[in-house]
Design a protein around this ligand. Sequence first.
Ligand code: PMP
Length: 391
Amino acid sequence: FEKSVSATKSVPSSAKKTLSSDSVINFARGDPTMYESYWKRLGERCTVVISGNDLMSYFSDAEKVCWFLMPELDHAIRRLHRVVGNAIADDDRFIVVGNGSTQLFQALLYALSSPNEPEPISVVAAVPFYSSYPEETEFLCSGLYKWAGDAYSFDKDGPYIEVVTSPNNPDGAIREAVVNREGGKLIHDLAYYWPQYTPITSRADYDVMLFTLSKATGHAGSRIGWAIVKDKEITTKMVKFIELSSIGVSKESQLRAAKILGVISDDCQNSGPNREENFFEYGQRLMSERWEKLREVVKRNGVFSLPKYPQDYCNFIGKYTDSNPAFAWLKSKDGVNCDNLLREHKLVTRCGTNFGVGSKYTRISMLSPDEEFNLFLERLSAIQGPPMERL
Ligand code: PMP
């Protein structure tokens, strides 16, 4: 979860509200409410009906290593990865479902560390990194693992865990591991490796891959994430962690996720004459329209810059596409505190210091509803270059 900002607690981005020119708008969180209008359009197709006597047992499939994973969700996840072509999730891989990929990240810290080591294993990620990694790693002051900061400057011998986020949160970059030393264990967080955010260039096949419904389809409130894991022992330890922290994952949520993923796969595979735009095509179009508008505004006012991303061939869309990350990683050209500057214009963003870099950077969610996004562009256009006293 990305911390809420107290100044805007009264304006949760998902609340039904009318925005006025005075409203402070929160872009600091990555709440994917932009997708609500798509799912509304699908009407009853994703509705799941659950009776009073349904889903009562703790167990889903007692024979399986991940005994709380519902077979319906297991099937829907593997099918969707096959259809999209973004990851290998064949039957020889284990799937672990979690309460969001947040719980799975913590399960992995436990699974990849060992109580027999003389000191806690270092956990690193290249800057700028997702701000929750250090928080989650340090929170319990574990004796098993400890946050060791930026992977680029990590030079300690011995075992370590490197988190590789690709496309990266906050800057949208496509990434590879940077430490590359013996004893390294990798967690690939592929939360944004979906066609709406980036060209799908190959089927990812790493030892441990994390995905989340939150960013794939926008259903963050269902709290469903999944890990695709090659090794049985690591899977067993992850399952143990989830067993001890929550004895599994809500079956209602799993069924809902299975339904939604199934509908997406059906639509992606529909090539008939009445074929409609599928979810990823819709998302890709919307995100690319938003990015085009944002780049125009940023170019016109000359105060900020945005990263540039190379085009690549997307195997799913079937043509060259741009990267359209879920966040805009804005940098002020004059080195002023970007977050403060935007706050003066009633835009709350997440300052670069949260991601291990300086305050001339800030992160802005690109996943807000249309009305908020348009107000964001309007307010950004009004920023005319910083007065001297801010420098
Ligand atoms: N990893 C990354 C890179 C994320 O951006 C997020 C959500 N902001 C998560 C994990 C956590 O997602 P979830 O909602 O599944 O806990």
